[in-house]
Ligand binder design. Structure first.
Ligand SMILES: [Zn+2]
Ligand SMILES: [Zn+2]
Length: 101
């Protein structure tokens, strides 16, 4: 649902640095929020830590061949030839909500 919208990483609560999230500026809606400083679930990417590295950066959502979705950091060079994925996953996986709402 946020395809081609303006997404940015930030702190959802003023002055609370224990949470980090992905804000859709187009919808004025936080689409994902993660707690910082916790232990990541085993076998899963530490989304909060990855987001923190890209605080304030512009993010885009890309769909590859209809089955893979990638979160791309535009600020860090997503427009370079092969792009660079912040996170990626199957559409059916955790991206389902982000993509389809
Ligand atoms: Zn949106
Ligand atoms: Zn970045």
């Amino acid at each position: 649902m946020h395809h081609e919208h303006d997404l940015i990483i930030g702190y959802p609560l003023d002055g609370d640095l224990n949470q980090i999230g992905l804000l859709c500026q187009t919808c004025q809606e936080w689409v994902q929020i993660y707690a910082l400083g916790g232990e990541p679930e085993e076998g899963k990417a530490d989304h909060a830590a990855i987001y923190e590295e890209h605080l304030g950066h512009t993010i885009a959502i890309r769909l590859d061949d209809g089955s893979r979705v990638r979160l791309i950091c535009v600020t860090c060079g997503a427009d370079q030839e092969s792009g660079w994925a912040l996170l990626s996953g199957d559409v059916s996986d955790w991206f389902e909500e982000l993509w389809n709402g």
